[in-house]
Structure formats: C-alpha cells, structure tokens
Design a protein around this ligand. Structure first.
Ligand code: COA
Length: 170
C-alpha cells in the first residue's frame, strides 16, 4: 500500500463517501489531542455527505488516489462564497479550506503535491488558510512552504483559528 502510485485529479461527487471515510481516519488523531469534543463536532457537522455536496458547488476539490482509494483531499474557494461569517475580514480571500492526508500516507510528499496544485489554481497572488491553534505539525508544514501567520481569531468555546497567508511568486 505504501509503495502505490498516488495520482492527483479533480474530485467528483463519487468521491464523497471516500471523503467522509478520510475524515473519520484523519480528524480524530489530528484534533483529538487538542480538543476531543471539537474533533467530534468536525466529523459530525463538517465531514458529512451533505456538506461536501454543498461545498463542491462553490469550491474546487482535488483528490489524491492510491489503489482506487481516496488518500488525501484539498480544496480551494473564495471566502465571500463561504456559508460562514468572517466579521474581521473586509476584502475577499482565496482560501484553501482543507488539506488532509490519510495518516497511513502522511510524510510521503502528497500534502506538498496537493498544495502546489492548489497554488496553481489561485487566480490572485495570495493564498490563505486557517489552522486550528495547537495543530503544530500542520503549522510547521505551512511555515516550511512559505506561509506566514497573519492573525488569530479567538473563540470562547472552541480552539482559536490561526490565519496564514502565502504571497505566490508569479
Ligand atoms: C499536514 C499535512 C497536510 C502534510 O501533508 P504530508 O503529505 O504529510 O506532508 P509532505 O509529505 O508533503 O511533507 C512532509 C513535511 O510535513 C511535515 N509533516 C507534517 N505532518 C507529518 C507527518 N504526520 N509525518 C511526516 N511529516 C509530517 C514534516 O515536517 C515534513 O517536513 P520535511 O519535508 O521537511 O520532512 C498532513 O500531514 C496532514 O494531513 N495532517 C493531518 C491533517 C491536518 O492537520 N491538515 C491540515 C489542516 S489545516
């Protein structure tokens, strides 16, 4: 399994069950140590077929596949088209909302390949993303790929969001 060829391609609706399964595999080990209730909420509220169906209408999704299985996912969209509210933001942003690699496939370059592909789809010259405060491995990965922390958005109930930005060389 570890040696299989990994291909990237645009996602289709047929990938949604694979995305839901990916979330169940990657969300608990990523966010459980930070906040177990938050990890459960993510799976229940955000990694559902309904949310993916809606998200695929407004955002571009890329999938990494190995042996016919979804092993990673990345997506890109405009903040102005999100269903969430961002009172602290005045301009629009192109945002990579998700970059998730299955735990069995992490550390093999798939995240880097997906990120490069997402960067090539950005229309402006900046790519933004949010990292949950405490997700140190992801933060380090993004720092190593040229992202800088811009702001932290505090939340009373859940972990803070750290916004990062990369200025793309054109
Ligand atoms: C963070 C993540 C997207 C990186 O993708 P990846 O395919 O594992 O990373 P790559 O193989 O392209 O790059 C490896 C680099 O990432 C870092 N890294 C992060 N998590 C790692 C892991 N579990 N194993 C190995 N390296 C990891 C290493 O520092 C490594 O740096 P190096 O190239 O200098 O050795 C992926 O590990 C992941 O999905 N993590 C869990 C979910 C998550 O936090 N997503 C981001 C949400 S904002």
């Amino acid at each position: 399994m570890g040696d299989s060829v990994v291909t990237l391609r645009p996602a289709t609706g047929h990938d949604i069950p694979g995305f839901v399964a990916l979330g169940r595999a990657v969300v608990p080990p990523t966010y459980g140590p930070i906040d177990a209730a938050y990890a459960q909420r993510m799976i229940d509220e955000w990694w559902t077929p309904e949310v993916f169906t809606r998200s695929m209408q407004t955002n571009t999704h890329l999938v990494a596949e190995a042996d016919g299985e979804v092993v990673a996912l990345a997506n890109l969209g405009r903040l102005s088209r999100s269903y969430r509210a961002f009172p602290h933001v005045t301009d629009d942003r192109e945002v990579m909302w998700k970059l998730y690699v299955h735990p069995d496939h992490q550390g093999r370059g798939i995240g880097g390949r997906l990120l490069a592909e997402i960067e090539s789809l950005v229309e402006g010259d900046e790519l933004w993303l949010e990292v949950v405060d405490g997700n140190d491995a992801a933060f380090a990965f993004y720092r190593a790929h040229g992202f800088e922390e811009v702001e932290r958005v505090a939340d009373d109930e859940w972990p803070d969001d750290v916004w990062m930005k990369k200025v793309l060389a054109r």
